[in-house]
Design a protein around this ligand. Structure first.
Ligand code: PLP
Ligand code: COI
Length: 365
């Protein structure tokens, strides 16, 4: 039962000093520094959810036989908290993250975390670490929230864990890419990230581990990131290791690969599809042959390509490279006008500078 579920709070007796926090917030990078607190709750097969707490950020213990360490029974989420001009703190479409965590959990045979517990945990953590939410007007900075569920049963036989832990940690974030906002180059990975019937649509750690070899391959070939194709035909575009992809076409379409079960159902992706009309574009979800990109850049049919996600926000994509070929960038030094227009509109809504026409923002504090 989730009604009235509480998190008992123990404040960190030795949080980062105000000076240290200011130093970190001046230059947070992405994901390098953790805040002073974390959230935990436990699920047991015969009891459901209990033991909610907010505690000082620190090490956790579990048995070496814990199932997550062997069978990767784990799922996670990512969303951000934004400080608005009046000091209030908001987050973007958190009910979508709560629902996706439930879908991911179901795929990984983990228990469902009720949405009310999920949302309440964000309020508690951001309440404890409110001073870590970057100031209004400080570029794209926000507080990245990372909720996750993992299997802690100590049992080496393979079965769904009888004990699962929910945690949420937070980390101040600027751009996920070094060098700020600039077009990123992509390498078409030889490796697949996900396959039909697999876990591609779940936000589970294993998908990210499987994308790393492609990322290394991409970096060895001078690219920032890898892009993955469908595993069965290697003909269609799927997504990046941590971002969805869009094209802007000459005939006024905003095109993104359809949800086939192998890509993540991105919340930024869904939001951008809904914003397309504001830019006079027709949103289109369909299979996207990689050849369309390779040829469309040369023919002028593709005007812009960009990646999107919570961490990436909207990031222009430049050159596409593969074994033996290259499609040049259409992004210039800073990305095209649609890419930047959508980025600005989305960030404007998130930061409270632009009208929240769709009711996407939820106040946390
Ligand atoms: N695709 C993958 C594989 C991701 O990890 C992410 C990041 O969360 C996305 C897409 C974008 O999803 P969202 O917009 O919900 O952050
Ligand atoms: C996010 O954008 O929230 C993600 O989880 C992507 C991750 C690679 C940082």
């Amino acid at each position: 039962m989730s009604a009235g579920f509480t998190f008992d709070v123990t404040a960190n007796p030795s949080p980062a000093s105000a000076e240290r926090r200011a130093e970190i917030l001046a230059n947070p990078g992405f994901g390098q520094f953790m805040t002073d607190h974390m959230i935990e709750a436990t699920w047991r097969v015969d009891e459901g959810w209990s033991s909610g707490r907010g505690t000082p950020y620190g090490q956790i213990s579990m048995e070496p036989a814990a199932a997550v360490l062997h069978y990767a029974q784990e799922v996670f989420e990512g969303l951000k908290a934004y400080r608005h001009a009046d000091g209030s703190i908001w987050t973007f479409r958190p009910e979508m993250n709560a629902a996706r965590l439930q879908r991911s959990a179901a795929r990984l045979a983990l228990p469902e975390l009720p949405s009310e517990i999920f949302l309440h945990s964000l309020e508690v953590l951001v309440g404890l670490d409110r001073d870590w939410v970057p100031a209004f007007g400080d570029g794209e900075k926000s507080l990245y929230l990372r909720p996750f569920l993992f299997a802690t049963s100590a049992y080496i036989g393979l079965r769904p864990s009888h004990e699962v832990r929910y945690m949420c940690i937070a980390s101040p974030a600027a751009s996920i890419f070094t060098g700020g906002l600039r077009p990123i180059s992509l390498w078409i990975s030889h490796y697949a990230r996900a396959g039909a019937g697999g876990t591609g649509a779940a936000k589970c750690g294993g998908n990210y581990a499987s994308a790393l070899a492609g990322q290394i391959e991409g970096q060895r070939n001078g690219c920032d990131q890898a892009v993955f194709l469908d595993s069965s035909t290697r003909t269609y575009l799927d997504e990046l290791g941590g971002m969805n992809v869009f094209f802007v076409t000459k005939d006024g379409r905003l095109v993104t690969p359809e949800l086939t079960g192998t890509i993540l159902e991105g919340i930024t992706r869904d939001s951008i599809l809904k914003l397309a009309g504001e830019f006079g574009l027709v949103a289109q979800e369909r299979q996207v042959p990689i050849a369309e990109w390779q040829e469309g850049v040369a023919s002028g049919d593709i005007l812009e390509v960009f990646a999107c996600g919570t961490a990436a926000i909207v990031t222009p994509i430049g050159e596409l490279r593969w074994d033996g070929g290259l499609a040049p960038s259409t992004a210039g030094d800073h990305g095209g006008p649609v890419t930047n227009g959508i980025r600005e509109r989305l960030l404007g809504i998130q930061q409270g500078r632009s009208e929240d026409t769709y009711g996407w923002m939820t106040r946390l504090l």
